[in-house]
Design a protein. Sequence first.
Length: 170
Amino acid sequence: MTALGGSDFAIVPMEEQDIPQVAAIDRLSFADPWSPESFRYEVVSNRASHFWVVLAPAAERQVVGYAGYWLIVDEAHIGTLAVHPLWRRRGLGEKLLVTLLGQARALGAVMATLEVRVGNLAAQQLYLRHGFGVVGRRKKYYQGNGEDALLLTVRFSPEAGGATAAPEQS
C-alpha cells in the first residue's frame, strides 16, 4: 500500500471486486471505454498486467482512480490511467503515474511507453513533467473519433531511484 502525501488515500493493486467502479470511471473518462471483461482479464488472467487503484479515505473500498501497465521484457507499456471527474485536480493521477513508473522499474523495466490523445493537453503535460518525450504519432489511433495519438517514451536513468526518468533519445 502506498500512502499519498500523508493523506488517507492509498494506491493498492486492483482486485476483481474493484472492476465495477473502475469500469464506471473509465466510461466517465474516455470515449472508447474498456469493457468490464477487459479489466477482469487484466486483473485475473494476464501475467504481464500490473493494475492499481487509488482508494479514497473512507471505511469502504471506494475507487477514485486507476492505472495499469503491461511489463513486456524490460518495457512498461502504460495502457490506461484515469481519475474520477469528482476527484481530479488533487494530484492523484500524478501519484498513480509515479507508482506505475516506480513499480515497473523495480520489476526490471528500463523504459516506459504510452499513447495519449493529441487533444489531451493536461495528460501530455503530466507525462512531459515526468520525463516522457514524444517519439511518434499514431494516425487515427482512437476508434471513436479517429483522433491521432502521440507515442511517448521515457528511459529510466541508471543512477535515478524510484520513478525518476530521462527522455528516450532516438
